[in-house]
Design a protein around this ligand. Sequence first.
Ligand SMILES: Cc1cc2nc3c(=O)[nH]c(=O)nc-3n(C[C@H](O)[C@H](O)[C@H](O)COP(=O)(O)O)c2cc1C
Ligand code: SF4
Length: 405
Amino acid sequence: MTGATHAPGATVERRLLAGASDGRLETHLAEHGRMPALDAGQIIGMARDAGLTGRGGAGFPVWRKLSAVAAAGRPAVVIANAAEGEPASGKDKALLAYRPNLIFDGLQLAARATGARSAHLYAPQAALGAAGRVLDARRAAGLDAVPVTLQVAPDAFVAGEESAVVAAVSGRAAAPADKLIRVIESGVDGAPTLVQNVETLAHLAMIGRYGPRWFRAAGTPEEPGTFLATVGGAVTAPGVVEAGYGVRLGDLLAAAGGPSSRLQAVLVGGYHGGWAPADPALPVSRAALEPFGAAPGAGVVLALPEQACGLRETARIAGYLADQSAGQCGPCINGLPRIAATLADLAQHRARPGLPAEVQRLARLVSGRGACRHPDGTARLVLSGLRAFEADVAAHLVGRCLATR
Ligand SMILES: Cc1cc2nc3c(=O)[nH]c(=O)nc-3n(C[C@H](O)[C@H](O)[C@H](O)COP(=O)(O)O)c2cc1C
Ligand code: SF4
């Protein structure tokens, strides 16, 4: 058991997901009414007071990004990122299908806060037809001061990285930039550009209506608000669950029908996340997950059944991540395939004594060396797998496997 204290506002509760799920504008306006008229300073101040952080993975304070883009003093571009290239995640697709108007309200607030003249929704092809119909209805109702265009997000892990998003919206291939660029200063056509996850924008729309104090009634004082978790793996009813940060892992799993068998670990934060113990009392918060090298990230919670081999699962994900790199930087071209191959040797009973140390060495070597954070995320996953499945590693080194299937 972790012994960490469960926070009072950290429960499974529907805020973004409350109400009807037909995605229609009339339903949305009946539930939430029109957005109050807010100026740039008010929007940025509300995001700051609410403590809203990004829901796309990195958890960066939203008000800082809004302020930085606004401070550039040039016409900006805002982009709602619904790429969701993470295979274990489904929350952005669900939000876009069921609450598209909250996303578009938030996108308009972000445009107003930053002085943007153009706005884009970047989403998988399958979602764009319905999103286009919602935008038509909003246009007819005169809701969107800044016109929104639709941009296809290809189905690839790195396509949602912010410089890849900017490249796609600029008409280029959706690959991360091969050098570090600050899209806040120079993004689409050189304009200051704000890329924000769609869930983040939906929260901004709720804060614009109901205020920072309402937002802070959920979650913990340090990590306020709710988040959308995609709960999958060995649970009875996999799906998207909304809860305050700090919610007990057991409550989150119960909201997805409960474990379908005994669990040995959970992958939290997705393929760039980390393995944590399947302790029902574990709070799902940045603070409580840090000791395991994990974080809520974009909200993925994947339950690993006791009879599976955690080492083999980590090797499978590392192989996928190595394949998904944009193949532009040294750590991705040389490092990730070697990490994946070494881990596969360990997992597939081709173990030699030096392999775990070699995986650790390579993982540390690639961290912080790419133009984007793909190598860092892969290294985090792999290192946490070696720690969490230490007993499996030891067993594999002597030609055994603890998994029962
Ligand atoms: C390899 C990689 C893939 C990413 N994929 C996504 C994605 O699919 N959706 C997303 O919102 N953010 C993704 N991100 C994070 C974005 O770069 C960016 O931080 C985010 O869209 C900003 O929005 P937020 O501050 O609202 O979270 C990815 C980052 C990396 C390194
Ligand atoms: S670090 Fe990897 S994924 Fe990121 S830009 Fe470089 S090659 Fe592409």
